[in-house]
Design a protein around this ligand. Structure first.
Ligand SMILES: [Zn+2]
Length: 270
């Protein structure tokens, strides 16, 4: 593995969404200690959770990042973002939330299909995997077509939670045709994808999406790729960023992206 100098983590959660415990400033302190140059907070705003909750989370992250910049702004580029869950389930609400001028970055993620639980809770031994996978790509296409995001979060998120037995029965390459159309749509709109390293930390043994899918994105004309740990605590901030850089480089990319003011800053992989 190559040692890189340019470390940015574009997917970190704080206590604001209730899905992590530590406040923004504590996570920033850990990031500085680890030698990161930038960090994007992307607290969960699930559209199915309703307007009130989304408003509370986005306001809190914008406020807390402004405060953290006072303390850590000289050492760390800090972005206020959200991870917008299922924007295609309510376009109007998603547009309102993502349109907050205080936000630097919006990840669009698919954690749950319509009328189902988060993939985290599914019993994969007792489900029609083919139908589940097909529905996942159908909804992912809808999400991407919504355009309500900067990068698509952790494509193939469901693989993170499938049992080893279920994973063996799924041949992802069967879906590469569908996925290529999804990636082409993102690239055509000037949108990106993320490399999420949580799969390495949580048992999958691989980044999400896989290196093959990152290569597909490049073939689809994609240019914007962010890298994020999906850390829910300061211990995991910046985890496995090197591995993600290696994969990005192997796929033929010379740069990665970090967002401020909803614009992609392109950084060299060095
Ligand atoms: Zn997520």
């Amino acid at each position: 593995m190559i040692a890189y100098e340019n470390y940015y983590d574009s997917h970190v959660h704080s206590g604001n969404s209730g899905d992590a415990t530590e406040p923004v400033d504590a996570v920033c302190a850990a990031a500085v200690k680890r030698g990161l140059k930038g960090i994007a907070f992307t607290d969960h705003c699930d559209i199915d959770g309703g307007r009130h909750r989304c408003d509370r989370v986005r306001r809190a992250i914008v406020r807390d990042v402004a405060e953290a910049r006072e303390l850590y702004g000289d050492d760390l580029l800090i972005s206020a973002g959200i991870e917008l869950g299922e924007p295609h389930h309510n376009y109007a609400l998603a547009g309102d939330i993502a349109g907050d001028p205080g936000l630097d970055f919006v990840i669009g993620s698919l954690h749950r299909l319509r009328d189902t639980d988060d993939f985290y809770y599914i019993d994969y031994e007792n489900v029609d995997l083919d139908s589940l996978m097909q529905r996942y790509y159908e909804e992912l296409y809808e999400l991407v077509e919504s355009g309500c995001f900067d990068v698509v979060g952790h494509i193939n998120y469901q693989m993170r939670y499938m049992s080893a037995a279920a994973r063996k029965t799924v041949d992802l390459s069967v879906y590469y045709g569908d996925l290529f159309e999804i990636l082409k749509s993102a690239a055509r709109q000037g949108k990106g994808i993320e490399i999420n390293t949580s799969g390495l930390q949580r048992g999958l043994g691989e980044i999400i999406p896989s290196p093959e899918v990152i290569g597909l994105f490049r073939r689809a004309g994609g240019e914007i790729v962010t890298i994020g740990s999906d850390a829910h605590n300061s211990r995991n901030v910046g985890a496995e960023i090197e591995t993600a850089m290696d994969c990005l480089k192997s796929a033929g990319f010379g740069q990665f992206a970090f967002f401020t003011g909803r614009e992609a800053r392109m950084m060299d992989i060095i």
